[in-house]
Ligand binder design. Structure first.
Ligand SMILES: [Ca+2]
Ligand SMILES: [Ca+2]
Ligand SMILES: [Ca+2]
Length: 224
């Protein structure tokens, strides 16, 4: 009974030690050329995390704006940010694709800012197939100003994203008032929690069980 209890304790300890969220994808845009629609992640736990700006968004309405260290990961320089412009693009956006295989409870964060006439009625959407998207939470505003602010979205309640081979997060811009309206984002980070390794748990629990059995048998021998 005691052995079983201790084995359970070990399992709990193991679960606790692996429950820290870790970075699984990150874009700092410091090498963004101001035109490209496909932007590879600067850091990605599983290779291939990518950001795709809608093909219908003209390159002339994309630019490399001044970046920021707000929400920067690992001491990244401010460098550039990607800037989206023009109310003609209201309703278009960008989609990030990344692996959630072995991960759960994703959290998205980024630094954002906009001009007074920029995109102020934006949506975050998620998908597990890249085709059918569901809005997460209400509309959000990237807040007018020169200074960037950090925006964070905790998607841990969206269990459909847990452990999927490819998860999709989409930022859809809307509400720009005229052609000079812009929003810019920098330092996109996606964190998630690693799934506990079942085999490791079983192994550790067994180890605890054997150790306790051995200790008990030694105690019994000493008492005899
Ligand atoms: Ca451009
Ligand atoms: Ca940057
Ligand atoms: Ca979850």
């Amino acid at each position: 009974m005691r052995a079983l209890f201790c084995a359970t304790c070990l399992s709990c300890l193991c679960l606790t030690s692996t429950s820290e969220a870790e970075l699984i994808a990150n874009w700092n845009f410091n090498s963004y050329d101001g035109d490209a629609h496909t932007i590879a992640a600067d850091r990605s736990f599983a290779p291939g995390a990518s950001m795709e700006i809608d093909a219908t968004w003209p390159s002339t309405d994309l630019s490399a704006s001044t970046g920021t260290t707000e929400n920067a990961f690992g001491g990244d320089a401010a460098g550039s940010a990607v800037q989206f412009a023009n109310n003609a693009n209201n309703g278009k956006g960008l989609t990030m694709a990344f692996s959630m295989d072995g991960w759960y409870d994703p959290v998205l964060s980024f630094a954002g800012r906009r001009t007074g006439n920029g995109f102020d009625t934006n949506q975050l959407l998620y998908s597990t197939d890249g085709v059918s998207f569901t809005q997460f939470g209400g509309n959000f505003d990237t807040v007018q100003g020169v200074n960037y602010q950090t925006f964070s979205f905790d998607l841990s309640t969206v269990n459909a994203l847990d452990n999927v081979s490819t998860a999709y997060l989409r930022i859809q811009w809307d509400g720009a008032a005229n052609s000079s309206g812009t929003s810019a984002i920098d330092n996109v980070q996606i964190h998630a929690v690693p799934e506990p390794h079942d085999l490791a748990l079983i192994g550790l629990a067994s180890f605890g069980f054997i150790t306790i059995r051995r200790r008990r048998s030694q105690t019994q021998k000493a008492a005899a």
